[in-house]
Ligand binder design. Sequence first.
Ligand code: UDP
Length: 243
Amino acid sequence: MSPQPNSSPYRRVLLKVSGEVLMGPREYGLDPETVARVAGEVKAVADMGVELCVVLGAGNIFRGVAGAAAGMDRTTADYMGMLGIVINALALQNALEAAGVPTRVQSAVRMDSICEPYIRRRAMRHMEKGRVVIFAAGTGNPYFTSDTCAALRASEMACDAIFKGTKVDGVYCSDPHENPGAEHIPRISHMEVLTRDLRVMDATAISLARENAIPIVVFNVRKPGNFAHVVSGDGLCTVVESV
Ligand code: UDP
Protein backbone atom coordinates (compact mmCIF):
# COMPACT_ATOMS: atom_id res chain seq x y z
CA MET A 1 0.00 0.00 0.00
CA SER A 2 1.46 3.40 -0.90
CA PRO A 3 1.31 6.06 1.80
CA GLN A 4 -1.56 8.59 1.64
CA PRO A 5 -1.00 12.37 1.67
CA ASN A 6 -0.88 13.35 5.35
CA SER A 7 -3.65 15.67 6.55
CA SER A 8 -2.48 15.89 10.20
CA PRO A 9 0.08 18.12 11.97
CA TYR A 10 1.91 14.88 12.91
CA ARG A 11 4.12 12.86 10.54
CA ARG A 12 4.68 9.81 12.75
CA VAL A 13 3.02 8.93 16.06
CA LEU A 14 2.99 6.14 18.62
CA LEU A 15 -0.26 4.96 20.18
CA LYS A 16 -0.11 3.40 23.66
CA VAL A 17 -3.11 1.34 24.67
CA SER A 18 -3.24 -0.49 27.99
CA GLY A 19 -4.50 -4.02 28.31
CA GLU A 20 -7.37 -2.71 30.39
CA VAL A 21 -8.76 -0.82 27.38
CA LEU A 22 -8.70 -4.02 25.25
CA MET A 23 -10.63 -5.83 27.98
CA GLY A 24 -13.70 -3.65 27.26
CA PRO A 25 -16.57 -4.49 29.63
CA ARG A 26 -15.06 -7.87 30.63
CA GLU A 27 -13.20 -8.63 33.84
CA TYR A 28 -10.30 -10.45 32.20
CA GLY A 29 -8.75 -11.02 28.78
CA LEU A 30 -9.76 -9.62 25.42
CA ASP A 31 -13.12 -8.34 24.25
CA PRO A 32 -13.21 -8.98 20.47
CA GLU A 33 -15.65 -6.10 19.83
CA THR A 34 -13.43 -3.67 21.72
CA VAL A 35 -10.31 -4.90 19.89
CA ALA A 36 -12.12 -4.40 16.56
CA ARG A 37 -13.17 -0.91 17.63
CA VAL A 38 -9.59 0.03 18.62
CA ALA A 39 -8.46 -1.33 15.24
CA GLY A 40 -11.01 1.00 13.62
CA GLU A 41 -9.50 3.95 15.52
CA VAL A 42 -6.02 2.96 14.29
CA LYS A 43 -7.28 2.55 10.72
CA ALA A 44 -8.82 6.04 10.72
CA VAL A 45 -5.43 7.55 11.60
CA ALA A 46 -3.51 5.33 9.17
CA ASP A 47 -5.95 6.44 6.45
CA MET A 48 -4.98 10.06 7.17
CA GLY A 49 -1.46 9.21 5.96
CA VAL A 50 0.09 9.43 9.43
CA GLU A 51 2.84 6.87 10.08
CA LEU A 52 1.77 4.84 13.04
CA CYS A 53 3.18 2.39 15.57
CA VAL A 54 1.44 0.89 18.59
CA VAL A 55 2.62 -0.25 22.03
CA LEU A 56 0.25 -2.40 24.06
CA GLY A 57 0.17 -3.40 27.71
CA ALA A 58 -1.15 -6.59 29.28
CA GLY A 59 -3.02 -5.55 32.42
CA ASN A 60 -6.00 -7.51 31.01
CA ILE A 61 -3.97 -10.73 31.19
CA PHE A 62 -1.06 -10.56 33.62
CA ARG A 63 1.03 -7.97 35.44
CA GLY A 64 4.42 -8.86 36.85
CA VAL A 65 3.87 -6.97 40.09
CA ALA A 66 0.71 -9.02 40.75
CA GLY A 67 2.64 -12.26 40.22
CA ALA A 68 5.42 -11.04 42.52
CA ALA A 69 2.86 -10.06 45.18
CA ALA A 70 1.51 -13.62 45.00
CA GLY A 71 5.00 -14.96 45.77
CA MET A 72 6.42 -15.49 42.26
CA ASP A 73 9.91 -14.54 41.26
CA ARG A 74 9.51 -11.00 39.85
CA THR A 75 11.59 -11.61 36.73
CA THR A 76 9.59 -14.70 35.78
CA ALA A 77 6.35 -12.84 36.46
CA ASP A 78 7.47 -9.97 34.22
CA TYR A 79 8.28 -12.41 31.40
CA MET A 80 4.72 -13.69 31.74
CA GLY A 81 3.49 -10.10 31.46
CA MET A 82 5.55 -9.64 28.28
CA LEU A 83 4.00 -12.78 26.78
CA GLY A 84 0.58 -11.33 27.62
CA ILE A 85 1.52 -8.29 25.52
CA VAL A 86 2.33 -10.61 22.59
CA ILE A 87 -1.16 -12.15 22.87
CA ASN A 88 -2.72 -8.67 22.77
CA ALA A 89 -0.50 -7.67 19.83
CA LEU A 90 -1.58 -10.70 17.77
CA ALA A 91 -5.25 -9.93 18.54
CA LEU A 92 -4.86 -6.32 17.39
CA GLN A 93 -2.92 -7.36 14.28
CA ASN A 94 -5.69 -9.78 13.41
CA ALA A 95 -8.35 -7.08 13.82
CA LEU A 96 -6.32 -4.54 11.83
CA GLU A 97 -5.74 -6.92 8.94
CA ALA A 98 -9.46 -7.82 8.97
CA ALA A 99 -10.07 -4.09 8.55
CA GLY A 100 -7.62 -4.00 5.60
CA VAL A 101 -4.69 -2.31 7.40
CA PRO A 102 -1.29 -3.90 6.63
CA THR A 103 0.34 -4.57 10.00
CA ARG A 104 3.57 -6.05 11.32
CA VAL A 105 4.19 -7.27 14.86
CA GLN A 106 7.76 -6.92 16.13
CA SER A 107 8.60 -8.57 19.42
CA ALA A 108 11.38 -7.57 21.81
CA VAL A 109 11.58 -11.26 22.81
CA ARG A 110 12.34 -13.42 19.78
CA MET A 111 9.59 -15.76 18.61
CA ASP A 112 10.40 -16.10 14.95
CA SER A 113 7.58 -18.39 13.89
CA ILE A 114 4.98 -15.94 15.24
CA CYS A 115 6.26 -12.46 14.46
CA GLU A 116 9.30 -10.44 13.46
CA PRO A 117 12.03 -9.61 15.96
CA TYR A 118 12.35 -5.94 16.92
CA ILE A 119 14.64 -4.30 14.38
CA ARG A 120 14.56 -0.51 14.47
CA ARG A 121 15.39 0.20 10.83
CA ARG A 122 12.97 -2.43 9.59
CA ALA A 123 10.20 -0.97 11.76
CA MET A 124 10.85 2.47 10.29
CA ARG A 125 10.76 1.09 6.76
CA HIS A 126 7.42 -0.62 7.45
CA MET A 127 5.96 2.68 8.60
CA GLU A 128 7.35 4.54 5.58
CA LYS A 129 5.53 1.98 3.42
CA GLY A 130 2.25 2.71 5.22
CA ARG A 131 2.25 -0.38 7.45
CA VAL A 132 1.24 -0.14 11.10
CA VAL A 133 3.90 -1.62 13.41
CA ILE A 134 2.84 -3.15 16.72
CA PHE A 135 5.70 -3.46 19.20
CA ALA A 136 5.16 -6.54 21.36
CA ALA A 137 6.75 -7.94 24.55
CA GLY A 138 7.50 -4.47 25.93
CA THR A 139 11.20 -3.61 26.13
CA GLY A 140 12.07 -7.29 26.57
CA ASN A 141 13.38 -6.47 30.06
CA PRO A 142 11.78 -7.21 33.41
CA TYR A 143 11.17 -4.35 35.89
CA PHE A 144 9.93 -2.11 33.08
CA THR A 145 6.39 -1.22 32.05
CA SER A 146 4.71 -0.91 28.69
CA ASP A 147 4.46 2.87 29.30
CA THR A 148 8.25 3.02 29.51
CA CYS A 149 8.40 0.88 26.38
CA ALA A 150 6.15 3.43 24.64
CA ALA A 151 8.52 6.30 25.54
CA LEU A 152 11.54 4.21 24.45
CA ARG A 153 10.10 3.14 21.09
CA ALA A 154 8.75 6.65 20.38
CA SER A 155 12.30 7.96 20.96
CA GLU A 156 13.90 5.28 18.78
CA MET A 157 11.33 5.76 16.00
CA ALA A 158 11.63 9.58 16.12
CA CYS A 159 7.89 9.90 16.66
CA ASP A 160 6.39 13.39 16.86
CA ALA A 161 4.21 12.42 19.81
CA ILE A 162 2.99 9.60 22.04
CA PHE A 163 -0.81 9.27 22.11
CA LYS A 164 -1.80 7.68 25.39
CA GLY A 165 -5.31 6.26 25.01
CA THR A 166 -7.11 6.21 28.36
CA LYS A 167 -10.63 6.10 29.79
CA VAL A 168 -10.72 9.89 30.36
CA ASP A 169 -10.32 13.03 28.23
CA GLY A 170 -6.86 13.87 29.53
CA VAL A 171 -5.28 14.96 32.78
CA TYR A 172 -7.43 16.31 35.59
CA CYS A 173 -6.50 17.90 38.94
CA SER A 174 -8.09 14.87 40.61
CA ASP A 175 -9.81 11.67 39.41
CA PRO A 176 -12.87 12.79 37.34
CA HIS A 177 -14.61 9.46 38.06
CA GLU A 178 -14.42 10.14 41.80
CA ASN A 179 -14.76 13.93 41.66
CA PRO A 180 -17.09 15.15 38.84
CA GLY A 181 -15.96 18.76 39.45
CA ALA A 182 -12.29 17.92 38.76
CA GLU A 183 -10.66 20.54 36.53
CA HIS A 184 -9.34 19.46 33.09
CA ILE A 185 -5.74 20.52 32.31
CA PRO A 186 -5.27 21.24 28.55
CA ARG A 187 -1.46 21.73 28.61
CA ILE A 188 1.18 20.84 31.17
CA SER A 189 4.93 20.23 31.23
CA HIS A 190 6.57 16.85 31.71
CA MET A 191 8.25 18.23 34.83
CA GLU A 192 4.96 19.35 36.37
CA VAL A 193 3.42 15.94 35.74
CA LEU A 194 6.35 14.47 37.67
CA THR A 195 6.38 16.97 40.55
CA ARG A 196 2.57 16.85 40.97
CA ASP A 197 2.63 13.03 40.62
CA LEU A 198 -0.27 13.19 38.14
CA ARG A 199 0.15 9.57 36.98
CA VAL A 200 -0.21 10.14 33.24
CA MET A 201 2.38 7.40 32.75
CA ASP A 202 4.98 6.06 35.17
CA ALA A 203 7.84 8.38 36.12
CA THR A 204 10.45 6.51 34.03
CA ALA A 205 8.29 6.94 30.92
CA ILE A 206 7.68 10.64 31.58
CA SER A 207 11.40 11.27 32.20
CA LEU A 208 12.38 9.51 28.97
CA ALA A 209 9.79 11.47 26.97
CA ARG A 210 11.00 14.68 28.62
CA GLU A 211 14.68 14.01 27.87
CA ASN A 212 13.82 13.39 24.21
CA ALA A 213 11.32 16.30 24.01
CA ILE A 214 8.46 14.03 22.94
CA PRO A 215 4.98 15.38 23.74
CA ILE A 216 2.46 12.99 25.30
CA VAL A 217 -1.15 13.51 24.21
CA VAL A 218 -3.56 11.99 26.75
CA PHE A 219 -7.00 11.34 25.28
CA ASN A 220 -10.10 9.19 25.65
CA VAL A 221 -9.70 6.18 23.35
CA ARG A 222 -13.17 4.88 24.22
CA LYS A 223 -14.94 7.73 22.38
CA PRO A 224 -15.60 6.60 18.78
CA GLY A 225 -13.51 8.53 16.24
CA ASN A 226 -11.54 10.33 18.94
CA PHE A 227 -8.04 9.12 18.04
CA ALA A 228 -8.31 10.59 14.52
CA HIS A 229 -9.85 13.71 16.04
CA VAL A 230 -6.95 14.40 18.41
CA VAL A 231 -4.35 13.47 15.80
CA SER A 232 -5.98 16.13 13.57
CA GLY A 233 -5.27 18.64 16.34
CA ASP A 234 -8.90 18.86 17.55
CA GLY A 235 -10.77 17.22 20.37
CA LEU A 236 -10.50 17.30 24.14
CA CYS A 237 -7.13 16.06 25.38
CA THR A 238 -4.14 17.05 27.50
CA VAL A 239 -0.80 17.76 25.86
CA VAL A 240 2.21 17.08 28.08
CA GLU A 241 5.10 18.95 26.52
CA SER A 242 8.50 20.49 27.15
CA VAL A 243 8.40 24.17 28.09
N1 UDP B 1 6.60 -5.84 31.18
C1 UDP B 1 7.95 -5.98 31.41
N2 UDP B 1 8.82 -5.21 30.68
C2 UDP B 1 8.40 -4.29 29.77
C3 UDP B 1 7.01 -4.12 29.58
C4 UDP B 1 6.12 -4.91 30.30
O1 UDP B 1 8.36 -6.78 32.24
O2 UDP B 1 9.24 -3.63 29.14
C5 UDP B 1 5.65 -6.74 31.88
C6 UDP B 1 5.36 -6.33 33.31
O3 UDP B 1 5.21 -7.50 34.09
C7 UDP B 1 4.01 -5.62 33.17
C8 UDP B 1 3.34 -6.43 32.09
O4 UDP B 1 4.40 -6.77 31.19
O5 UDP B 1 3.27 -5.65 34.37
C9 UDP B 1 2.23 -5.73 31.35
O6 UDP B 1 2.58 -4.39 31.08
P1 UDP B 1 1.84 -3.17 31.80
O7 UDP B 1 1.59 -3.51 33.25
O8 UDP B 1 2.64 -1.94 31.53
O9 UDP B 1 0.44 -3.16 31.02
P2 UDP B 1 -0.74 -2.08 30.98
O10 UDP B 1 -0.90 -1.52 32.37
O11 UDP B 1 -0.37 -1.01 30.00
O12 UDP B 1 -1.93 -2.87 30.51
